[in-house]
Design a binder for this molecule. Structure first.
Ligand code: PLP
Ligand code: LYS
Length: 437
């Protein structure tokens, strides 16, 4: 297992953020999401320091779908990031955390009338418009509230990024946005520009998630800037903002070859600067929306090993006290992870295991094949690289309580989200008896 961020080994045991894993499990139980705060804030600083230009302004917008809660939203906004939300719930969380509504981007391919209403009333700074129905609803709401709403139009530049097909977003048949190749798109932009309740601020695109090819991001820049130039010339306007989305790939296992973030961001900015210079178009702001690349490496999940069971046909299974409920990525995307036994860090990996969760589902396997030291009941299994799209995609399948989220730094730990209880699971169950059955 690759050690990430502030992980170290002391006396055979893994420490995260200066805290022994045994202290964390004793105090907070398992399964447990652990966020290495220093690693996270270091990465926030890298984004802020490297995605910067003398030619245009930049916004780093945190894609909160990757991992959000009151503390996280408050932390990223304290460091000056903008926040991307895609639902009323994410919006509510950001607002409750005290995020400045003007620094919120509201995304989503099917924003509901109530969500639009709430966001307009809250004074959300930017809507990323997906389609014509949303355009009508947003116009009605803006008119009713007497507000002029700043919008970016989400366009699809038709770039097929190499990633799992479920997380590609800019293929020609993607559900998101409108295509730059569609004849209807320029007339749609014209309507937005002429709409007195909306302020057309520019364009947005996002090519997919967990993308490793620099060339795909650079191609997106080229296509988007060319298209922005077309729009500027066709309608004699100036593009205020170009938002290029997120999707920067990260390390999960040795199969992943991510670019070094700060070097990549430097080259990315240089590519954008040379392209805007070449085409003679300079938006006031160029934005990016990292989610996974900001939070994933900072998160680890701790589990307690229950039974270790050898099946007749294959590897021994290690059963852990969580599974697809706290990390649905393996079952959804065949995502791969590394692991270690946190209390046996110096022991040689002598056996191959399969790590399975506790759900009543054969596919509830977190790792198909991993080499570990001899595992015993009561050991602690750690799966690193689980900061993004784990907690945020967790479920209560089999009525399993969601784990707690703990932030650690300098030998201290704080609970950001409490572990759910059985009481939480029945909180919304209202009816016990309806009629005689
Ligand atoms: C519009 C948009 N922005 C940003 C992101 C964040 O992507 P990632 O977490 O891969 O950086 C996503 C998710 O794919 C997205 O759909
Ligand atoms: N949930 C996906 C990423 C989705 C990106 C959001 N558009 C994953 O875990 O990889």
């Amino acid at each position: 297992m690759k050690r990430l961020g502030n992980m170290e080994v002391d006396n055979h045991e893994l420490k995260i953020g200066g805290l022994a894993v045994s202290e964390l499990t004793k105090k907070f139980g398992t399964p447990l999401y652990v966020i290495d705060q220093k690693d996270l804030t270091d990465r926030i600083h890298t984004f802020l320091a490297q995605f910067k230009s003398n030619t245009f302004g930049t916004h780093i917008i945190y894609a909160s779908k990757a991992f959000t809660n009151l503390y996280m939203a408050q932390l990223v906004s304290k460091y000056g990031l903008y926040v991307d939300v895609v639902s009323g719930g994410e919006l509510y969380t950001a607002l409750k955390a005290g995020v400045d509504p003007k620094k919120i981007y509201f995304h989503g391919n099917n924003k509901l009338p109530k969500e639009i209403d709430d966001a307009v009333k809250a004074g959300v700074g930017c809507f990323v418009l997906d389609n014509e129905v949303e355009y009508e609803w947003l116009t009605e709401t803006a008119e009713r509230e007497g507000k002029k709403i700043r919008v970016l139009l989400r366009v699809n530049p038709g770039i097929e990024a190499h990633t799992h097909e479920y997380i590609q977003t800019a293929k020609n048949d993607s559900k998101f946005g409108v295509s730059i190749f569609d004849q209807q798109t320029l007339p749609f932009i014209k309507r937005i520009i002429e709409n007195k309740h909306l302020h057309f601020a520019g364009l947005h695109a996002h090519i997919g998630s967990q993308v490793f090819e620099e060339a795909s991001f650079f191609k997106e820049v080229d296509e988007m800037i060319k298209y922005a130039k077309d729009v500027e010339q066709t309608f004699a306007i100036k593009m205020d903002e170009l938002n290029l989305g997120g999707g920067f790939g990260v390390y999960y296992t040795e199969e992943d070859k991510p670019f070094e973030l700060s070097q990549f961001l430097k080259r990315y900015i240089q590519h954008i600067e040379s392209t805007v210079a070449e085409l003679d178009i300079t938006p006031n702001t160029i934005s990016i929306e990292p989610g996974r690349s900001l939070i994933n490496a900072s998160g680890s999940t701790l589990y307690t090993i229950g039974a270790v069971k050898k099946t007749m046909a294959g590897y021994p299974y290690i059963f852990v006290d969580g599974g697809m409920t706290d990390n649905p990525r393996p079952i959804l995307y065949q995502a791969k992870y590394e692991a270690a036994i946190a209390n046996k860090m110096d022991e040689a990996a002598t056996q191959t295991y399969r790590i399975a969760g506790k759900c009543c589902e054969s596919g509830d396997v977190l790792i198909k094949e991993v080499d570990l030291p001899k595992a015993e009941t009561g050991d602690t299994l750690v799966i690193p690289s689980t900061g993004a799209y784990t907690y945020s995609m967790s479920s209560n399948y089999n009525r399993i309580e969601r784990p707690a989220v703990v932030f650690v730094e300098d030998g201290q730990a704080q609970v950001a989200v409490k572990r759910e209880t059985y009481e939480d699971l029945i909180r919304n169950d209202e009816m016990i008896k309806w009629k005689e059955l």
